[in-house]
Write a protein that binds this ligand. Structure first.
Ligand code: SF4
Ligand code: SF4
Length: 300
């Protein structure tokens, strides 16, 4: 007979954050299923069993410490209830089985880091560099980057860890099951990308957003066109560029413009410049009438 597993326990901590990852999680479609399997002991945004003070004054261990937001060791940048954040993190990290960095700020430092990369970082990365809040590569840290992270990525990772400790991570400590894909995979505009047909404007169904509109789908590790947002759509599906929000260098500047070198865009991840530009030149030389037309309404 199968024995019933107790719910796994979570303490959620917020550093420098806009709360976006919490809100993304609150939009998870099957929160009732989640709450049968996980018990949130503390979350600063919702009524939970314990306050932060209660948790800090106790000594129980728990399964997941979720960190949302960038971190800083400087108490004038980050403290809670006049307690330096270092004291809070140092108290909690020892008691957690896993540390889950929810979103790109906790993973890499994100937008907050841009102002002060010396003092504001992710948990184990400072942008691309290893060594953030913790200088050593802690084995039990898992990054779920994204601005915000997709709620399915978060829940899928927690369920995987709840049921088995075996999770494969990439070089940035992100679950490979999610981050081996590129946003480009599954994008409905792939045919336009292949034949180098540009999107004429944001919001249109036709054309690829890579050439003029800043799409970073071919360089961005995430499965947004496989696990859709709200089970419905993605940025590129609605005619907006992928901004590369899961990567260590997010946000770059001028997000809706394609950055070019000698009028050529960057090459897709892992493809040699020479090969790409030769193929692109050939593809562009064909004019495919079907791809130049509107898909649905010729008059609009
Ligand atoms: S819009 Fe972006 S993700 Fe879609 S095909 Fe073009 S480059 Fe790839
Ligand atoms: S499409 Fe790109 S910018 Fe949008 S959520 Fe996915 S990875 Fe982030």
């Amino acid at each position: 007979m199968m024995t019933k597993q107790n719910p796994s326990t979570i303490v959620w901590l917020q550093g420098l954050t806009c709360n976006g990852n919490s809100h993304s999680f609150f939009n998870y479609e099957k929160l009732e299923v989640f709450s049968k399997n996980f018990h949130i002991l503390h979350h600063p945004q919702i009524n939970t069993q314990y306050s932060l003070h209660d948790v800090l004054e106790s000594d129980f261990s728990f399964d997941f410490l979720v960190i949302e937001g960038a971190l800083s060791k400087n108490p004038s940048i980050l403290s809670r209830f006049e307690i330096p954040f270092t004291k809070i993190v140092d108290n909690l990290e020892k008691r957690a089985r896993y540390i889950i960095c929810a979103g790109s700020c906790a993973s890499f430092g994100g937008i907050f880091r841009l102002n002060n990369p010396e003092e504001i970082t992710g948990a184990v990365f400072n942008g691309k560099k290893q060594g953030g809040y913790w200088s050593e590569q802690k084995k039990n840290v898992i990054n779920i980057s994204g601005c915000p992270m997709h709620p399915e990525w978060f829940v899928q990772t927690l369920f995987t860890l709840r049921n088995s400790s075996n999770i494969l991570l990439d070089e940035y400590k992100r679950p490979k099951e999610i981050f081996s894909y590129f946003v480009h995979h599954g994008c409905l505009r792939n045919e336009y990308f292949e034949w180098k047909v540009d999107c004429k404007d944001f919001g249109l169904k036709e054309g690829c957003l890579f050439y003029e509109h800043g799409c970073q789908g071919p360089m961005t590790h995430a499965n947004c066109n496989k696990i859709l947002w709200n089970k419905t759509s993605s940025k590129t599906r609605v005619g907006s560029a992928c901004l590369g929000c899961t990567e260590f260098d997010f946000p770059k500047h001028a997000l809706y413009e394609t950055h070019k070198n000698m009028s050529l865009p960057a090459t897709p991840f892992g493809i040699s410049k020479r090969a790409y530009y030769s193929l692109a030149g050939i593809a562009k030389s064909f004019k495919i009438e079907r791809l130049e037309k509107r898909l649905i309404d010729e008059n609009n």
